[in-house]
Design a protein around this ligand. Structure first.
Ligand code: SAH
Length: 336
């Protein structure tokens, strides 16, 4: 079946999404196990600012949301999150934030450089939106290893329905190609069940992913946020998200594929089910507990109350109970 999926055209992919075979998850697990075994890689997520100059219609920290309690972490606070993570055994730190110009290139590079000097055996991942090639280059020179930038949707018309007009798919894609060219390990991805998304759009996403051939792919269900224009849209479904995780695993065998917090939010066992569908990464929260609720991209986000150590212990139980092993190494992508 896996060979067949690798050769599918647009029409066949559409049919696969609509009528997934019964053994899809089993096949996806086989592909993952062949490359990565039962290892689930851990990344410590640090949500360092929820200020954002963008106004994406789906996102709870969009600039128009006047109800958001805004915060910024200082360099020292970020470093202290890393210290906590390192003590827990983590070897990847993911710095994610809204597009907050307060963190100019000098400050970002200082932060990246300092983390890499203190923890040279760790990987630093940045998830800080669209920047110029020059800025990405500076991040790389400061020591950043990876960059997460979901493409959100590979269909230009659909992109326009999710974003204000100053944002374009063209620029988003350019960023991803710039990042790849600069030598970052790159993550793309999209929301499942975002407003107006059709199965045809999802086929566009899958085809774009095979073209880009990223090192990582982040997908999770869309979940409405009460203070956004999309408050009344339904959330993406568990089944569709799991089906797409499995298809992506088979289409991009060596990709790193997180079982996301959003998936754990729509179902109490969502992340475990993600592992069964071929996912192999989790990103426990290292942000200070005091700011976790404020980094609210969608309603009902889980893991906002626990200390990092509790989060890690809880994830370890979930990983082991589903027959996998928590892996604390850097966990670099096998994608060349
Ligand atoms: N500013 C950064 C980080 C964005 S937050 C950037 O532009 O890349 C990370 C991801 O959260 C987004 O890429 C988006 O896919 C997801 N997200 C945002 N709002 C969401 C929602 N309401 N439901 C589910 N996922 C959401």
């Amino acid at each position: 079946m896996t060979d067949k999926i690798l050769r599918m055209d647009r029409h066949e992919l559409l049919n696969l999404i609509k009528n997934p075979p019964d053994n899809l998850f089993e096949e996806a697990r086989k592909v993952r196990d062949a490359h990565y075994g039962k290892k689930i890689f851990v990344r410590g997520l640090i949500e360092f600012t929820n200020y954002c100059k963008n106004d994406c219609f789906y996102c709870g920290i969009r600039r128009s949301n006047k109800n958001a309690q805004r915060y910024r972490l200082t360099k020292e606070e970020i470093l202290s999150c890393c210290e906590t993570g390192y003590r827990l055994g983590f070897h990847t730190f993911v710095l994610q934030g809204g597009e907050d110009p307060y963190y100019n290139d000098d400050l970002m590079c200082e932060i990246i450089y300092e983390i890499k000097s203190r923890y040279p055996d760790c990987a630093v991942t940045i998830s800080f939106g669209e920047k110029s090639r020059d800025t990405y280059k500076r991040y790389k020179e400061a020591g950043a290893d990876r960059y997460l930038l979901r493409h959100e949707t590979a269909n230009p018309a659909h992109y326009g329905m999710l974003h204000p007009k100053e944002l374009s798919l063209k620029n988003r894609k350019k960023c991803l190609y710039d990042l790849k060219e600069l030598g970052f390990q790159v993550g793309a991805g999209f929301m499942v069940g975002s407003p107006y998304q059709t199965d045809e759009h999802i086929v566009d996403d899958l085809l774009f992913l095979t073209e880009l051939n990223p090192h990582m792919v982040g997908i999770g269900p869309f979940i409405p946020h009460k203070d956004t224009p999309f408050r009344d849209f339904p959330e993406g479904t568990l089944q569709k998200t799991l089906t797409l995780l499995a298809i992506i695993r088979i289409m991009l065998p060596k990709v790193l594929l997180p079982s996301t917090t959003a998936l754990g939010t729509i179902h109490p066992k969502g992340r475990e089910m993600g592992f069964q569908a071929g996912a192999n990464v989790v990103m426990p929260n290292l942000s200070p507990v005091g700011v976790r609720k404020a980094y609210s991209l969608y309603d009902g986000k889980i893991c906002t109350g626990e200390e990092a150590a509790e989060c890690a212990a809880c994830l370890k139980r979930r990983i082991e109970s589903s027959g996998h092993v928590m892996d604390f190494s850097r966990g670099d992508s096998l994608v060349e």
